[in-house]
Write a protein that binds this ligand. Structure first.
Ligand code: PSZ
Length: 496
């Protein structure tokens, strides 16, 4: 009964939303989202109801990371409502994982489509018993947005799981090459069961300082951002090198930044040599096209091309982790498309805004045997049904063009604020709406974020002293204005 009532309520919302559709410049379905015009704060955040629920949850699990409880039924578009009725402009969007905001009509509609019902009710072991429409769903959804030059895709559950299996695909390819394509020997098969060579070879993956690739053990071994993620866990001795630390504004430091990146590419080569000599050969390199958790650190197309050159020359795998940068947020569907690489990465991982985890891989990185890259669910068809709607909206409404326009507007606003508050702000940077600005100290950043929340703007941080922006793909100039007005207000009070 409750479910039916809720569904009816949602369907009424869709009708209302369609009817409300105004003459806005986006007359299309996606923007016909009814959302508040501005934030509304009625209690402290967390308010009394959130605090009560936090206390109750504390009986069951650690609540140290819980900010507040949400009222998702009453959250719409770019606005998140908490259980105390506070309405916040959401610039963090569930750790950067909401493509079309809250309760988007297209997604609500997808839930009620008869052809999708079965995907919600029957969760299959996809790698073994896929449904009849699985191939067409993959073709129409994931393959239709694959990075240029890549046609192979494997679904997974979450980001870390995708990275984990992407790394495995690299190891499988490396060892298969080493065996000259021959089948593994009996000794290979027996020794791996005991975690011993030659079946468990002492291979390594090279990653970068300040990287974040997930919390499962293999992904975590490639993660070098916060101690909170890593403390107490045994980790393999895998190499990492610095990630470029670019000076801003970029146009004033072209030579310095190029020298920095070239130096790091040399360090990558040296590190690979060092590990090869140590008997811990590097099988692949993993990198984010923009380091997100580690501080929104950008590097140039030349740097990423340099990594492609090194990995190609040495026959190593190149994994581009697009878990946070994919699905259009940079103004191209995949961030690495901005680099125009001469050859595609070997593996491209995704999750977050894609709603399903997974990875694309070059054909040469496809395992020869079944059961090598597998788990029980290997993803979830209902997520592909939802992603299909997201992809339609992105394509039909030219959302990527919108992301570029809004991203430029946001970045120019940040640059203006930087000029107005030079003691506090620096390094405004961004690609599409994936953007950030640094503060003079972490304490200032945290205080500004707290004060923004009091004004109904929910933001996220990253790195040491960075404020980052991770809005929905439907974030528009009018939302930037709502933010900037409050940002200016908070910063001006801070200076007094
Ligand atoms: O606290 C956490 O576990 C967080 S905060 C942000 C993330 C995780 N990001 C996840 C992430 C990512 O940004 C990149 C580039 N690669 C992999 C991951 C892992 O994804 P999940 O969290 O789905 O396992």
């Amino acid at each position: 009964m409750l479910v039916t009532r809720r569904l009816n309520l949602l369907l009424r919302t869709i009708e209302k939303t369609h009817n409300d559709s105004t003459g806005d410049k986006h007359a299309s379905l996606s923007i016909a989202v009814s959302e508040p015009s501005e934030p509304k704060v009625v209690t402290d955040i967390p308010g009394p109801k959130s605090k009560q629920l936090i206390q109750e949850l504390d009986q069951i699990q650690n609540v140290g990371a819980v900010h507040f409880f949400c009222d998702y039924d009453n959250s719409h578009g770019n606005y998140l409502t908490d259980v105390d009725g506070n309405v916040m402009l959401d610039l963090y969007t569930q750790i950067s994982s909401l493509p079309l905001g809250y309760n988007h009509p297209a997604l609500i509609n997808a839930v009620s489509k008869p052809e999708n019902l079965s995907t919600f009710v029957n969760r299959p072991a996809l790698g073994v018993y896929p449904p009849a429409d699985w191939v067409s769903r993959l073709q129409n959804v994931l393959v239709s947005v694959s990075p240029p030059g890549m046609t192979q895709v494997q679904t997974m559950a979450c980001g870390a799981c995708s990275v984990e299996h992407g790394l495995k695909a690299i190891f499988i390819k490396y060892m298969s090459d080493k065996r000259g394509g021959k089948a593994p020997s009996k000794e290979d098969m027996e020794s791996c069961i005991a975690n011993e060579a030659p079946g468990s070879p002492p291979l390594t993956i090279l990653s970068f300082s300040n990287s974040f690739h997930g919390r499962t053990m293999g992904a975590l071994a490639c993660t070098h951002s916060k101690w909170l993620h890593k403390l107490d866990f045994p980790m393999p001795a895998w190499p990492h090198v610095r990630f470029p630390d670019l000076k801003y504004p970029l146009e004033e430091f072209v030579e310095e930044n190029r020298a920095e990146e070239n130096k790091i590419l040399e360090e990558v080569e040296d590190k690979i040599e060092e590990y090869n000599k140590k008997g811990l050969p590097v099988a692949g390199v993993i990198v984010e096209p923009v380091q997100c958790e580690g501080g929104d650190n950008f590097a140039s197309a030349d740097f990423f091309q340099g990594l492609r050159d090194i990995t190609s020359k040495r026959g190593l795998g190149y994994l581009m982790d697009e878990v946070q940068t994919g699905c259009g947020v940079t103004g191209k569907f995949w961030a690495h498309e901005h680099f125009n690489l001469t050859d595609t990465p070997d593996i491209v991982t995704f999750s977050k805004k894609m709603l399903t985890g997974g990875f694309y891989n070059k054909s040469s990185f496809r395992p020869k045997e079944g059961y090598r890259i597998l788990n029980t669910w290997v993803g979830d068809p209902s997520k592909i049904a939802l992603l299909g709607e997201v992809v339609n909206v992105i394509k039909e409404d030219n959302i990527l063009d919108e992301v570029k326009v809004t991203g430029d507007y946001l970045l120019s606003g940040l640059k203006q604020m930087q000029v107005k508050y030079p003691g506090m702000l620096s390094k405004s940077r961004g690609l599409g709406t994936l953007s950030a600005v640094d503060f003079n100290t972490a304490a200032t950043r945290d205080k500004v974020m707290a004060n923004l929340r009091k004004k109904g703007v929910h933001t996220g941080s990253c790195g040491e002293k960075t404020l980052r922006f991770r809005p929905t793909l439907l974030f528009q100039n009018k939302h930037v204005d709502v933010f900037m007005e409050r940002f200016d207000d908070v910063l001006s009070q801070f200076e007094k």
